[in-house]
Design a binder for this molecule. Sequence first.
Ligand code: NAD
Ligand code: UGA
Length: 468
Amino acid sequence: PHKKVEKICCIGAGYVGGPTCAVIAAKNPHIQVTIVDLNADRIAAWNSDKLPIYEPGLDEVVRSCRGRNLFFSTDVDKAIIEADLIFVSVNTPTKTKGQGAGYAADLGYVESATRHIAKVAQGDKIVVEKSTVPCRTAQSMRFILEANARPGIHFDILSNPEFLAEGTAIADLTNPDRVLIGSLNTPAGRSAAASLADVYAGWVDRQQIITMNLWSSELSKLAANALLAQRISSINALSAICEATGADVDEVSYACGLDQRIGKRFLKASVGFGGSCFQKDILNLVYLSESLHLPEVAAYWRQVVEMNEYQKKRFLNRIISCLFNTLTGKKIAILGFAFKKDTGDTRESAAITLCKYLRQERANVSIYDPEVEERQIWMDLAEPGVQDERKELEKQFTIAPSALEACKGADAVVVCTEWDEFRNSKLDYKKVYAEMNKPAFIFDGRLILDQKELEEIGFHVEMIGRPR
Ligand code: NAD
Ligand code: UGA
């Protein structure tokens, strides 16, 4: 018989901890869920009418249970002491300094959360790795917990990686392809896994809740992201061949995707994948491979990231060469700054890289995104450590209140994010055209536009993966 979980604490109120534990609370009214964070502003926002992250359907879920069995708090100690089960859902960014800089995961936040648990826990706990971590991190967590625990306290450690994608987090959580739980293959480990499985069984079919050994579970998360990103780099590599040959990448993707062994999803060519995880997790895998003395394996995965960088650079080169080999003083409208639609998140967004390139080319850039906050855009454009940069940036960049406003007086429009409002049916491209400098160029980095219709208006249209 395994323990029934009555109280859950989630350390880290970010893109993963917030939505995941809000759904757990909504689906399990009998479980008290407290999400804690050291960042008091973030917690205040979770307790307000304007949640700190934009995610379709999230407001409704939070509203349905906040104050009932879902709580957001900065009192980390209290939540740890009360909980039977603790999710560690803190950030695991790429290390920027020291050994493994640029590749390895910075596990400092995981370690400090783990030490915090060891320090304040007064009874047995199930500790769940929710963050994406390198293989065998659970072992380090166990070591830290056991070395610092009060006498007689027992910790079980589980791996329970999260597979939600931003923009569809609530749908992904409500109807997951699978829930993965890794544990030690001991009676205590299996019993802890069963306790966590019960929480998910509040709404997920038992058959979709899979259990396996800890290290497989940890590695499966890195593997899944690497395989997904690898598909995008593969189709993007093909998009370069399409542009040079007259093939159309959407048609190639369609033809290949109909083969059930390949499948349709994640074969959309783009200006490059972004998001906080793909690059970070692949680099993590590269680092792991190198540490294991597997240089060929490391090189294989590294190429997925290199292809992504190449795709962004290639897109820039196409803009430059179409605009008569100089962008100096020309106005470029950037439509979309988020790394994908339906999120306000800009982490590793291809638009950031492109804007930095455009800055070097001395272009004037006007940016519009329906969800990203202005403050965030300025932060993303700034180079770290440069003082008074905002004034310099303002000489070249403006942030527009609408797509039409961004396009006024522009020489070229560049679609960087696939927001629905940029589609032909939603944006009045006749008006856009009328307001632009001529010849009016439009570059579609997301393959969402109707090329023919735009050409009829008068645009010169350039699409990723279609010949010039
Ligand atoms: P995030 O930066 O949005 O949130 C992490 C939060 O943890 C921050 O608010 C931070 O203040 C808090 N935190 C850090 N250390 C803490 C501590 N010791 N005590 C209390 N709070 C602390 O990150 P995220 O996007 O939610 O990602 C979290 C993890 O989940 C990462 O490992 C990531 O790889 C993984 N992941 C992310 C996604 C995604 O879509 N963003 C999807 C799956 C998995
Ligand atoms: C991704 C995974 O899809 C999630 O399963 C995983 O949990 C998450 O990473 C994580 O570990 O953080 P996310 O980054 O939120 O989710 O969003 P995706 O939908 O995967 O898109 C990532 C990037 O790839 C975006 O920039 C998107 O525009 C791009 N993309 C996606 C393409 O260019 N083409 C595609 O066919 C699909």
